[in-house]
Design a protein around this ligand. Structure first.
Ligand code: GLC
Length: 873
């Protein structure tokens, strides 16, 4: 058996209950985690400090009324096409984009802060040229109507109000309560409907609908105060008004690199308020009418999740830590011997030498290149963790080089800044500067050359602590990090310095931007894989997101559903939670239920903490091992479908995991379902998340449904109680679906025996597109993506017609056997391929009717085919 490596003071989370000594440590009297920014009046560093942010990160309610803007003084059209507004004591810019979204930027004083797009590496925002028209009340109106969207904006003079309307007059949102606080923060509000629900907000705990909550955006490790905020901030949300006859979705994005706060109809059930702490307010309203159209517009603006390399969609096996070559090899061998489908092995911090990033431990990992190539032969990719903190160690070349190039952040008095992380005192690169990003990227070269396939960015909120004490082999952090004196370059103007707090939420985003940029340069034409814990709006452009340190508890399994759904609705299509839970020990039953659901997470990784019971799928006995194998086999069988969903996410912004209302926006009951999800448009997943449960109630939205395991038919809307023995995850397919699948494989390098199986769920008409390519290059962006349009007609009497259109795109697929599997299909009297009657035989073409299913096989050359099935009368 592999032996776990032990080393002093390695094994402890920064603070928290997972560390036995931490539970008894007395934290009273220590600096609380409130980071009041008391900046010095004069700054003696090399660069000038931009306007200080005299705010408190605890986000006291602002006294905005004192500054409430009540009057529009004058307006003018800008050259770019927006409206510049001169308000009492403030300045604003309002414009409509081509897609009908409306943006307001406002700040106290006579000047707006610079546009945030260059800081984010995002496309500039372009308003349309809308001719302003004066209103009789002294206000102004602009309107736009185009093929991609339309909007009308009415600005009322007093009280100052911005009405965003559809051209036909329907109200999208009425923004009011604009106010400004002393330190540059601002507030805005708008009225909401009683039946309106609120989703998104990035990675949050709790339920799916955030109505009634106060939410905060400030990236941090939530270990000691688990609720809010968390590692990653995406100040965007989507609301849905669903009623009998009306449905409307709208999205609101706040751009704020520093802390912000949302009152989601908590103080008043009919109002939502957004507050920032610096740089005024910058909000965009995305019109619907459907959740899908909101997401399409929002992700077009902030960037979409690029299609990951196919291997990254397989199962990842991780642990803190697989700490030696021998241990990793033994793990790989065992995974294959036990036939557990897995594509990647993650190396946590112990692969390093004294936790120096970009190092390998010379004894435990003497030859990483050989290890990676051996693993690659067996179909495994290696992913290594990289934390941003660089050990302060004059003998460590990365640190020395970083100092020489001045890449590290400093304090406001110009002195070097450091915080304590795994390696001890660590310096933080200032990723807001382009040259620092490229320096950081370059540090990965040796990893890439050693054959590391993916990078895992952790602790990048940034997380760390101020002091610790030794407790035997471990250590216990005894004081929270204090970043109040930390300054960084202004991301939009690197010649200036700003308090870190003001741009804090960008730290992880900029690190991932650096890493991805390098991986793209180092392996041109190949898709990188990057995983991150922290991030900001648009992080999906660079990385997949996992939701950090969860626990092996039923409640954490349960809450991974709304958490990942809301993250998905915030633009992050490639997301997952640690399967089995990170901290504490998982029970066999919990692991079984977790892997069943986790195998269908967009990102599927098992990970656990060093203190916890080992969590490889076979650690829980033969029964659970078989359950895990079956769950991961299902993922591999569904890989063609999953892959298509990722292609769709990049093309349209529709997430892979979708709440029911995303597919059924007209159905009010769907909006209330928090413990089920749609995996794409076709599969409804109703996981078991209660200990001991062997059945559960499932809500089936309107339409016909089929139980995946036994083809039982249901007509929604209805609630059904279904059996869920430990071996079964309740899964339903929507009638009219065509689900592309393949026969099971252990990793993506293995050729499936049957590469293309189209599972057809009769009972309704339907359409889908089969999307295929090489799974690793970026050639799909220039047309090398094979598209096969699929159409299904379900006719009276159960007659069925399936059309596979001619394959499009320049990606070549050699001739191959293709199987159409029609579920819930009684033995037919006639089966036709391109009009010719087929024989019931094993040949190609041929068909077989078995167990209430029809299997029809033929050679697919991509030329377009029609299939017809006549049922017995
Ligand atoms: C953090 C990460 C966790 C990792 C650990 C050690 O707690 O969230 O996933 O295992 O650090 O690197």
């Amino acid at each position: 058996m592999p032996r776990r490596h032990h080393a002093p003071h390695r094994y402890c989370t920064p603070v928290g209950e997972n560390c036995p000594a931490a539970r008894t440590a007395d934290f009273s009297g220590l600096a609380p985690n409130s980071l009041t920014l008391a900046l010095p009046v004069s700054f003696v560093g090399r660069r000038e400090l931009r306007r200080p942010m005299a705010t408190d990160c605890r986000l006291k309610a602002m006294e905005a009324d004192r500054y409430a803007v009540t009057t529009l003084r004058s307006w003018r059209a800008t050259d770019a096409g927006a409206l510049a507004l001169d308000l009492e004591g403030a300045t604003a810019l309002v414009g409509i984009a081509e897609d009908g979204s409306v943006r307001l930027r406002a700040q106290a004083g006579a000047e707006l802060p610079p546009a945030p797009e260059p800081a984010l590496g995002r496309e500039p925002w372009c308003p349309v040229r809308a001719e302003p028209r004066a209103r009789d009340d002294g206000g102004v109106r602009i309107a736009h109507e185009g093929p991609r969207g339309q909007a009308r904006v009415e600005i009322e003079r007093e009280p100052f109000t911005i009405r965003v309307l559809e051209r036909a007059g329907g109200v999208v949102a009425v923004l009011d309560e604009l106010g400004f606080a002393d330190g540059g923060g601002a507030r805005i509000g708008y009225e909401v409907r009683p039946a309106e629900r609120f989703f998104g907000f990035g990675e949050k705990r709790g339920g799916l609908d955030k109505r009634g909550e106060h939410l905060r955006m400030r990236n941090r490790d939530p270990e000691r105060d688990p609720r809010d905020p968390r590692y990653l901030s995406i100040p965007f949300f989507l609301s849905l008004i669903s009623g009998e006859a009306v449905h409307r979705a709208r999205g609101i994005m706040l751009e704020a690199f520093g802390p912000s706060r949302f009152d989601v109809a908590a103080e008043r059930a009919d109002r939502v308020r957004l507050e920032t702490e610096a740089d005024g307010i910058d909000v965009t309203i995305f019109p619907g009418p459907t959740p899908a159209s909101v997401l399409r517009r929002f992700t077009a603006r902030v960037g979409r999740q690029p299609v990951p390399p196919l291997w990254a969609l397989g199962h990842h096996q991780s642990r803190w830590s697989y700490a030696s070559e021998a241990e990793v090899r033994a793990l790989a061998e065992e995974i294959r011997a036990r036939r557990i489908p897995t594509d990647a092995i993650h190396l946590d911090i112990d692969y390093m030498d004294g936790y120096r990033v970009f190092s390998w431990h010379p004894k435990r990992f003497p030859d990483p290149k050989r290890l990676a190539s051996e693993l690659a032969e067996d179909g495994f990719r290696v992913v290594t963790i990289i934390d941003p903190g660089v050990k302060v160690d004059g003998s460590w070349s990365v640190y020395r080089d970083g100092c020489e190039r001045e890449v590290f952040c400093r304090r406001d008095d110009g002195e070097p800044f450091s915080l304590r992380v795994w390696p001890g005192e660590s310096a933080l690169p200032d990723f807001n500067r382009e040259e620092v990003r490229s320096w950081w990227g370059e540090q990965h070269r040796a990893l890439v050359e050693a054959g590391v396939a993916g990078i895992w960015n952790d602790m990048n909120e940034p997380a760390g602590w101020a002091r610790e004490i030794r407790v035997g082999r471990n250590f216990v952090p005894i004081a929270r990090q204090n970043v109040s004196r930390l300054v960084q370059s202004d991301p939009g103007d690197p010649g200036l310095r700003v308090p870190h707090e003001r741009v804090r939420n960008l730290y992880g985003y900029q690190e991932c931007r650096a890493t991805r940029g390098f991986l793209e340069r180092a392996r041109p034409g190949r898709r990188p894989f990057l995983l991150t814990r922290s991030g900001y709006t648009g992080i999906q452009r660079f990385a997949a997101v996992w939701t950090g340190d969860n626990k092996s508890r039923w409640s954490h399994l349960r809450e991974s559903i709304p958490m990942l759904l809301n993250l998905s609705l915030s633009g992050v299509a490639f997301c997952g939670a640690d399967i089995g839970g990170f901290a504490f020990s998982c029970t066999p039953e919990l692991y079984a239920r977790w892997i069943q659901l986790g195998a269908l997470y967009p990102f599927a990784r098992t990970h656990s903490m060093w203190l916890a019971r080992r969590q490889e799928p076979w650690r829980f006995g033969a029964r659970v091992e078989a359950i895990a194998r079956a769950a991961l086999e299902l993922r591999m069988r569904l890989l063609p479908y999953l892959y298509g969903l990722f292609c769709e996410a990049e093309e349209t912004g529709a997430p892979v995991w979708r709440p029911l209302f995303f597919e059924f926006p007209d159905d009010p009951a769907s909006a209330a379902v928090e413990d089920q999800l749609m995996l794409g448009p076709s599969l409804l997943v109703a996981p078991v998340v209660e200990r001991g449960a062997r059945e559960r109630e499932v809500y089936l939205p309107p339409g016909r449904w089929m139980a995946w395991h036994d083809d039982a038919q249901y007509v929604g809307p209805r609630r059904v109680r279904v059996a869920a023995p430990l071996e079964r995850l309740p899964l339903f397919a929507r009638a009219g679906s065509i689900v592309p699948m393949q026969s099971p494989i252990l990793h993506v390098g293995e050729a499936p025996q049957e590469p293309c199986i189209l599972q057809v769920i009769p009972g309704a008409d339907g359409a889908a597109t089969l999307l295929e390519d090489d799974g690793e290059s970026t050639a799909y962006r220039s047309g090398a993506l094979a598209r096969t349009p699929l159409r299904l007609w379900h006719r009276a009497g159960g007659r069925l017609r399936l059309e596979l259109g001619r394959r499009q795109g320049s990606y070549r697929i050699p001739q191959r056997p293709l199987r159409v599997l029609v579920r819930a299909c009684p033995p037919p009297v006639g089966v036709y391929l391109n009009g010719a009657r087929l024989e019931a035989c094993d040949g190609l073409p041929g068909y077989a009717a078995r167990g209430g299913r029809l299997h029809l096989r033929f050679v697919d050359g991509g030329h377009g085919y029609s299939l017809e099935v006549d049922p017995a009368p």
